[in-house]
Design a protein around this ligand. Sequence first.
Ligand SMILES: Cc1ncc(C[n+]2csc(CCOP(=O)(O)OP(=O)(O)O)c2C)c(N)n1
Ligand SMILES: [Mg+2]
Length: 293
Amino acid sequence: MSADVLALEIEAARARLLVLRMLQAGRSGHVGGALSCIDIVTALYFDILRIDPRSPNDGTRDRFLLSAGHKAMAQYAVLARRGYFPEDLLDTYGGLDSKFAGHPDMHKVSGIEANTGALGHGLAIAAGMALGLRMDGTASRVFTILGDGELPEGSNWEGASIAAHHGLDNLIAVIDVNDLQISGRTTNVMNMEPIADKFEAFGWAVTTIDGNNMSEVTDTLRSAPLIQGRPTAIVARTIKAKGISALEDTAQSHYWKPDAEALLEAHVELTNTLVQKIKARSDELMFTSRGTK
Ligand SMILES: Cc1ncc(C[n+]2csc(CCOP(=O)(O)OP(=O)(O)O)c2C)c(N)n1
Ligand SMILES: [Mg+2]
């Protein structure tokens, strides 16, 4: 594994701990969905997006919007790590006066590009943004993350059609397929498989990856657009609540209200993961520097 992949994994591990910090402040939240997509959100902000946190409104920036807005804790954590605002502000999460609500608000939080949370709208907003940016002659790209449980919303497929019709190759949609949504297995509640084939039939360039594998995530995002003249769909197979083993792949993780003991257990596990990653990176850097002497 290369050192830069490990560096991104360390960032993702730090972001997972910040999600717990918000949970500690607010006592409950959409942990499962946040942790299934957080490796992808980390890769975007630390490796892919052309952005400058000191100029969050620069017209030439790439855009990222979280269509599945309930995963907001993942974005808040990564925005804080990337320097959009101090991490301490996350301790207000869940408070009545907090800027950090359960769903993201572009008027309150620096770095948020759209208010999302009513599922099914992000893809159409992203397609409109991508078309507008292309008409403006900028090289900006638009990235969005959808949940598998939001795919049955018909508006997604209007957005998918528009994007293909206009050949928006500056639009990249990642579908976080953890096969869970609010009330159970997505494939039981409303089966949208085969998801990759559906996007392909709509005229998109499509690939399928392990969305919790950092090197697959970065390799794929770096290679977008997969086909010139077509929007890109990345079907990311993930594990809901990835990183907290007691919670992984459970419907209960969708909205978690842990007691003190469960929170502490999760904290210990995520801290251990972070320590292991830091150790692996330092071993690798030592090895690399010895090898090059
Ligand atoms: C239009 C709309 N209908 C219903 C909801 C309630 N809701 C919130 S999250 C969710 C399930 C989403 O599942 P998925 O997109 O798979 O997200 P994840 O598994 O990552 O949590 C639902 C139905 C909503 N936010 N918006
Ligand atoms: Mg899901």
